[in-house]
Design a protein around this ligand. Structure first.
Ligand code: C2O
Ligand code: CU
Length: 541
């Protein structure tokens, strides 16, 4: 266990990315892992520490790794998204990610950031705060990372999503916790056990590392106290169910205040689109086992809310308030309203297939640059790699929540960015263009936290809605779900020079191009100027 308040340390880690035959209950497959484990190694450091992670790629695919939620202040080169801040790491090559974590703490995670490799390449990144957390001491901390297990190599599933209108939607065969589906999947299971002692309080670090599903988390008969999300403290509140979207982390306290016994805790899918084949609705379970109870006690099973019901999601979300007050100026420098949508695209001469699906932001479908990254092109002034023409407002302010004009959300392809000046205060409204029934979009911004100052299940009205923004105690996240048929209003400061991806954290939507990048120009001082890479980035050929 790390001692907080110690002098800053540097942690040298060596990671081997390899193809590993993994058996998780019934499911056995050759998958891409870090050090042969799912989840991969936990990075555990103190705020202020530096990590130097030497990654060698001995797998069958090119790879890259992203440190989700870590600011990477002035170390944009270590951020990791393939073709955005680096080329992917070739098979047989090594890369060093070096960065210092300052000004943030809590639960984060790392994951692969190319193709669908993050299905099996993910792990926790825990930063112990310099100052004692407001929720006090806990008896122990447990990591609970939810995910998905696939019937095939996830990169093969991805190809199906790229090529056809009817992708292998039921390719998710199980929900998982820490890689394991648990006892309900009908195999002799080594169910994970988390021991607790009556009267003690535990910190559960919950992360949704899944690719395509929102998750509920619950423990039978126990109330959970939500205290932190995405590394930011919340005004604590009690709930019997936590909602986590892919890319979010949520820290909750569990007090062992029930009769001595065993209780299942688990994860099930939430907010499922009512189109296509639904994902598995069988929860992944673990056992919370009281001291004095044992494996012969049959655990109490939690009841999950319906996966098609938005009410529990909305209820939960309405309780999220920041512990620290809003700290940005009231007036903003840049106002953006971006619409995000999914559309079917009819083929033409340049798209010689029958039908495809596109994800769009502001009517544009993102293309990765070839053989370079946006950051390399920006830093070295290479022309022709990206454009800076993402419009600030949608071309037409129509009713986005009913049937939208298909021409409106049909993507034109491009590698589009929006340039921000250093320290701009940005208000970004994300509107969900809801074409296909229940469909939220968990949006993640690299390199920053944002305040969520507004949210509703409506069409955003720029004349009316800003008056209701919470500029007192909004929650601060790096990932937020844009609700079905609705919008979120975010505020952040462009205080980090470099290229920062904004994208839907549903992997299928990202595959379909629902992403764009902000480029924050250098400021004037030495500390505001993006340095070159600390280590040579992977070669782009
Ligand atoms: Cu967790 Cu760009 O991703
Ligand atoms: Cu999406």
């Amino acid at each position: 266990v790390l001692v907080a308040h110690s002098a800053a340390e540097t942690h040298f880690l060596f990671w081997n990315v390899e193809t590993t035959n993994i058996t998780h209950n019934c499911f056995s497959a050759n998958v891409t892992t870090v050090n042969g484990q799912i989840p991969g190694p936990t990075v555990e450091i103190n705020e202020g520490d530096t990590v130097v992670i030497n990654v060698t790629n001995n797998a069958n695919y090119e790879i890259s790794i992203h440190w989700h939620g870590i600011f990477q202040f002035l170390t944009n080169w270590a951020d990791g998204p393939a073709h955005i801040t680096q080329c992917p790491l070739n098979i047989g090559s090594s890369q060093i990610y070096e960065f210092t974590v300052t000004g943030q703490s809590g639960t984060f995670f790392w994951h692969a950031h190319n193709n669908w490799l993050r299905a099996t390449m993910y792990g926790h990144f825990i930063v112990h705060p310099a100052a004692a957390p407001p929720f006090g001491e806990v008896a122990a901390e447990y990591s609970i990372i939810s995910g998905e297990w696939f019937s095939q190599d996830p990169n093969v599933v991805e190809l199906g999503f790229i090529d056809t209108l009817n992708p292998v939607e039921n390719a998710t065969v199980a929900n998982t916790i820490n890689g394991e589906p648990g006892p309900l999947y009908g195999c002799p299971a080594d169910t994970q056990i988390f021991p607790v002692t009556s009267g003690s309080t535990y910190l559960l670090r919950l992360t949704n590392a899944g690719l395509n599903n929102d998750h509920f988390f619950k423990v039978a008969n126990h109330t959970l106290t939500v205290v932190r999300a995405d590394g930011n403290y919340l005004q604590p509140f009690d709930t019997d169910v936590v909602v986590i979207t892919p890319g979010q982390t949520t820290d909750v306290l569990l007090t062992a205040n029930q009769p001595i016994g065993s209780y299942y805790g688990g994860v099930n899918v939430a907010e499922v689109p009512n189109v296509g084949a639904p994902p598995p609705s069988t929860p992944a379970l673990v056992i919370i086992q009281y001291e004095g109870s044992n494996s012969t006690d049959s655990p109490v099973t939690p009841e999950f809310p319906s996966m098609f019901n938005l009410m529990p999601v909305d209820n939960y979300t309405s309780f999220l308030k920041g512990l620290e007050p809003y700290s940005l100026p009231e007036t903003v420098d840049v106002e953006l309203v971006y619409v995000a949508g999914i559309a079917s695209v009819n083929c033409n001469a340049s798209e010689p297939c029958t039908t495809k699906i596109a994800g769009t932001i502001q009517n544009s479908t993102f293309d990765d640059p070839q053989n370079t990254s946006v950051l390399e092109a920006y830093y070295n002034n290479i022309p022709g790699v990206f454009t800076t023409d993402v419009p600030d407002l949608p071309p037409v302010f129509e009713d986005f929540t009913s049937q939208p004009d298909r021409n409106y959300i049909l993507g034109n392809r491009g590698t589009r960015t929006r340039v921000l000046q250093f320290n701009d205060v940005v208000q970004l409204v994300l509107q969900n263009v809801n074409a296909f029934g229940i469909l939220d979009h968990p949006f993640h911004l690299h390199g920053h936290d944002f305040y969520v100052v507004g949210r509703n299940y409506t069409n955003f009205n720029p004349d009316v809605d800003p008056a209701g923004f919470n500029l007192v105690d909004p929650p601060k996240f790096n990932t937020i779900s844009i609700p079905n048929g609705g919008w979120v209003a975010l505020r952040f400061q462009a205080n980090n020079p470099g290229v920062w991806l904004l994208h839907c954290h549903f992997e299928r939507h990202k595959t379909w191009g629902m992403e764009m990048a902000f480029i924050t120009e250098n400021g004037s001082g030495a500390n505001e100027t993006l340095p070159g890479p600390l280590h040579p980035p992977p070669s782009c050929t």
